[in-house]
Design a protein around this ligand. Structure first.
Ligand code: SF4
Length: 364
């Protein structure tokens, strides 16, 4: 039955659910093989780098699962200054990254928005070279903002935006977030980003309480319906200073199951959506040391080495067990190269590594 389904051109909801339920090593091998075949056929087997700069852990929100939620008063709050952020970006360009992600907790005050516009413009200007005539590719991951502010970021030179929906189910979204955040608004933000012209990324958490396989199938269908270009999704991990802390024991027993499910989600999303970019999430490595490499073998094609200055990296912990907290960016790069090459893949150095899906839909 598995071969017949993997050979189909148009997978149904039932097929997606069947693929997410696979368990045996033989079945998982077939799933991986198919995902890799689709990746090669519709995108490229190259792995693209995004230097991740977590420039601030200040957040106005209180998502129940998140370690830097505003009501966690044990976190030492920081915001890197403009020079530190721009220097990290220049380091990324000099080390052939091609693209960066600027990520932070959510703020929408004008001081913050102006700072982002300023930083994006300066990074674009200072990283232009013969190899990168348009400077570094910049992805922003700074939460829900107004249409006008998204437009300002785009006009400043950012061309990708990552905003996770966390669950395509409004009900489950409501269980993960306080009332101040609503699903409709986040969905509208994704539509606004598309309309402005961003390459749009979203994603979900995998394995949180009350989520079923049907919900995950609906998540994949949501990615398709929203015409998403990039996917960043990962396993649900507990942070011990959140309302989920008392579930730590239950979740330590579910670790293997959720890890496998997260990998299957990558493969099935690859098989169904074909030409999108999919990140091998750091959260996979927080579960198992070789988790990110496994993500690549299941069809991911984007790797996000953390290049945040080591002095503050430990203060940006969305979940317990985040890896590589005290490594220098240069150590991290060596390690990343080894990790990626160990999977038999090559690295797309000095490329923006845009989503093929976006390019094909936006031909001049
Ligand atoms: S998940 Fe994002 S928006 Fe929610 S509390 Fe954490 S940093 Fe803030």
């Amino acid at each position: 039955m598995i071969d017949k389904i993997l050979d189909k051109d148009n997978l149904t909801k039932e097929d997606l659910k069947f693929l997410l339920s696979l368990e045996t090593p033989e079945e998982l091998e077939k799933l991986k093989k198919k995902a890799f075949q689709i990746l090669k056929e519709f995108s490229s087997e190259k792995v693209y780098l995004r230097g991740l700069i977590e420039f601030s852990n200040i957040c106005i929100n209180d998502c129940y699962y998140c370690g830097i939620r505003k009501s966690n008063h044990n976190v030492h709050r920081y915001t890197l200054n403009k020079e530190e952020i721009v220097d990290s970006a220049i380091w990324a360009a000099e080390n052939k990254y091609g693209s960066i992600v600027l990520q932070s907790g959510e703020r929408s005050d004008s001081k913050f928005v102006d700072l982002i516009v300023d930083i994006v413009q300066e990074i674009k200007e200072k990283t232009k070279s013969e190899i990168l005539p348009n400077g570094l590719g910049i992805t922003l991951s700074i939460g829900e903002q107004s249409y006008e502010d998204y437009k300002r970021f785009f006009d400043a030179g950012a061309h990708r935006y990552l905003l996770r929906i966390e669950s395509s189910s409004k009900e489950l979204y409501g269980e993960l977030h306080p009332n101040s955040l609503n699903w409709e608004n986040r969905n509208q933000c994704l539509k606004n980003l598309k309309k402005i012209g961003f390459q749009v990324g979203t994603g979900v958490m995998i394995g949180f309480p009350n989520q079923t396989l049907d919900d995950l199938v609906n998540d994949i269908l949501f990615f398709k319906e929203m015409d998403i270009d990039m996917i960043g999704m990962g396993p649900f991990l507990i942070h011990n200073e959140t309302p989920y802390a008392d579930m730590e024991e239950i979740y330590s027993k579910r670790k293997e199951e959720i890890y496998k499910l997260a990998l299957k989600m990558i493969a099935v999303t690859r098989i169904y959506l074909k030409d999108v970019n999919i990140a091998a999430a750091t959260a996979l490595q927080a579960m198992y040391p070789l988790g990110r490499e496994a993500g690549l073998t299941y069809g991911a094609n984007v790797f996000m080495p953390n290049i945040t200055p080591a002095a503050v990296r430990g203060e940006y912990q969305l979940y317990n067990g985040k890896p590589c907290l005290d490594e220098l960016a240069s150590d991290c790069l060596d390690c990343v190269v080894r990790r990626i090459e160990s999977t038999g893949r090559t690295i797309g150095f000095d490329f923006w590594g845009d989503s093929k899906h976006f390019k094909d839909n936006n031909l001049d």
